[in-house]
Write a protein that binds this ligand. Structure first.
Ligand SMILES: Nc1ncnc2c1ncn2[C@@H]1O[C@H](COP(=O)(O)OP(=O)(O)OP(=O)(O)O)[C@@H](O)[C@H]1O
Length: 253
């Protein structure tokens, strides 16, 4: 689904590259959390994958197509992005028009369009604010409008930047319900999140971005909730010794 090879990216004016020879493969239907320190480049990487920034080197392929060579209208059926700030992706004056926009791009018209809009409004808990201006809504609803614009077109790859942010428990429930539908549809998801309990629950695989590359890739639970095994214990185990004098909390060595 997603294949990144030797990706480089340097912001104009920056002293050194932020992304430096990064390789990553994500299979169709995988749910992967992208973690890393503040400023590691996670949002930049998401924007590169979305085709909103051009790599300074390397290739990003989505379903076998080089994303940097595609126009916005060609990228839209391949992937959808949920930004940290919903305001950045809301442009219409009414919630229903925001939903209709993506559907019209896909050629949906007439009764079918109205039917899809109504279904999406219900799914996203927005029926009672269908005619409101999205920017007049509270943060959770506003974010859900951005989700609705993705939900109605159901792209096969979702790129989510801090998706659980801004939701109280009610709206998080509606959001999770949509995520579960995406899972059932086989959607591939790459999500940046600092919300480790959210990651643990929904993302079996996590990757850590540091120093411009993926430094860890594996089971999210192990990566986030168990400390790395210290080198001296790993070495002792490899040598076949029983490092009972090196017992480390959380591990049977
Ligand atoms: N528009 C921009 N122009 C120039 N440099 C930028 C721009 N956006 C980000 N950067 C640089 O890229 C670095 C990485 O930013 P990015 O937002 O990708 O990190 P992040 O890992 O998503 O951080 P956080 O967890 O805080 O959201 C920043 O420290 C900044 O120096």
């Amino acid at each position: 689904m997603l294949s990144i090879k030797k990706l480089d990216y340097q912001w104009v004016g920056a002293e050194k590259p932020l992304i430096n020879g990064l390789n990553l493969t994500i299979e169709t239907g995988e749910w992967v959390a992208l973690i890393g320190d503040n400023g590691a480049g996670k949002s930049t990487l998401l924007r590169l994958i979305a085709g909103l920034l051009k790599p300074t080197g390397g290739h990003i392929m989505v379903q076998g197509r080089d994303i940097a060579t595609l126009k916005a209208a060609q990228r839209a059926p391949l992937l959808g992005v949920l930004f940290q700030e919903a305001e950045r992706q809301i442009f219409r004056h009414r919630v229903r028009d925001e939903i209709a926009f993506g559907l019209r791009l896909q050629g949906v018209r007439g009764d079918l369009l109205q039917q899809h809009i109504a279904q999406t409004l219900t799914l996203c808990g927005l029926s009672d604010v269908a005619d409101a201006h999205p920017l007049d809504l509270h943060a959770g609803q506003r974010r859900m409008v951005a989700v609705a614009s993705l939900a109605c077109v159901a792209p096969p790859l979702l790129l989510l930047d801090e998706p659980s942010r801004d939701f109280d428990s009610y709206w998080l429930g509606i959001f999770i319900n949509w995520l579960e539908i995406c899972r059932a549809q086989g959607t591939t998801v790459l999500a940046i999140s600092h919300d480790y309990s959210f990651v643990k629950k929904y993302f079996p695989r996590a990757i850590r971005l540091a120093d411009g590359v993926i430094t860890e890739d594996g089971n999210s639970n192990r990566m986030l909730f168990m400390p790395a095994i210290p080198k001296k214990i790993r070495v002792a185990c490899k040598r076949g010794q029983h490092p009972s004098n090196l017992k480390y909390e959380g591990y049977n060595v």
